[in-house]
Write a protein that binds this ligand. Structure first.
Ligand SMILES: [Zn+2]
Length: 185
């Protein structure tokens, strides 16, 4: 089985309304947290910026959470703006829902496919692995990866998930050697 990998090339933008201007797009930039201690309780925010007016928008990561409930490594990560922690918080669907934003993946990911598969026996099985939860339509991703039209994909490819339903988790598909549905022209 051949592996295809979907991975991000940078952090996605956030589709989020700015209160200072009509823009609906924000960026994490380098990625910065703010931690505020109030007695034994901590507030943690991820700071993002409007791409248009640069206004800072605070997104709640933790609200009045007991200090002792934090894993020390996580707490350290907030303090040093750990890039891995920034990414994992940003890509957490619960965090997005709580702060009412969606991710804009346009131009922020790529599909890595192995070099030509001339030696592979037909039919060819491909496994698509998501290193990052980029939402894609299987049909479009396969067309792009194989350099086929979407009609050809529908004829030659058997996908184990609904090909038109957006997904961000792994799936497999099979490509047939010939085009059994083709008619003589
Ligand atoms: Zn703005």
């Amino acid at each position: 089985m051949l592996p295809w990998v979907v991975r991000r090339t940078r952090l996605p933008l956030l589709s989020l309304r700015c209160v200072g201007c009509p823009s609906e797009s924000a960026t994490t930039g380098e990625g910065r947290f703010r931690v505020n201690a109030n007695g034994k309780l901590l507030d943690v925010w991820l700071l993002v910026r409007c791409v248009s007016c640069d206004r800072t928008i605070k997104l709640t990561v933790h609200e009045r959470a007991p200090v002792r409930s934090f894993d020390p490594a996580e707490l350290h990560g907030y303090g040093v703006n750990d890039p891995g922690l920034v990414a994992s918080r940003l890509l957490d669907p619960l965090f997005a829902r709580r702060n009412r934003f969606t991710l804009d993946w346009t131009g922020a990911w790529r599909l890595d496919t192995p070099s030509p598969w001339l030696d592979e026996p037909w039919p060819v099985r491909v496994e698509v692995v998501f290193e990052d939860p980029v939402p894609v339509r299987p049909e479009r991703l396969i067309a792009r990866g194989l350099g086929l039209s979407r009609n050809e994909v529908l004829r030659r490819v058997k996908c184990d998930v609904p090909p038109r339903r957006t997904t961000n988790t792994g799936f497999t598909f099979t490509v047939m050697a010939t085009d059994p549905g083709s008619q003589p022209r």
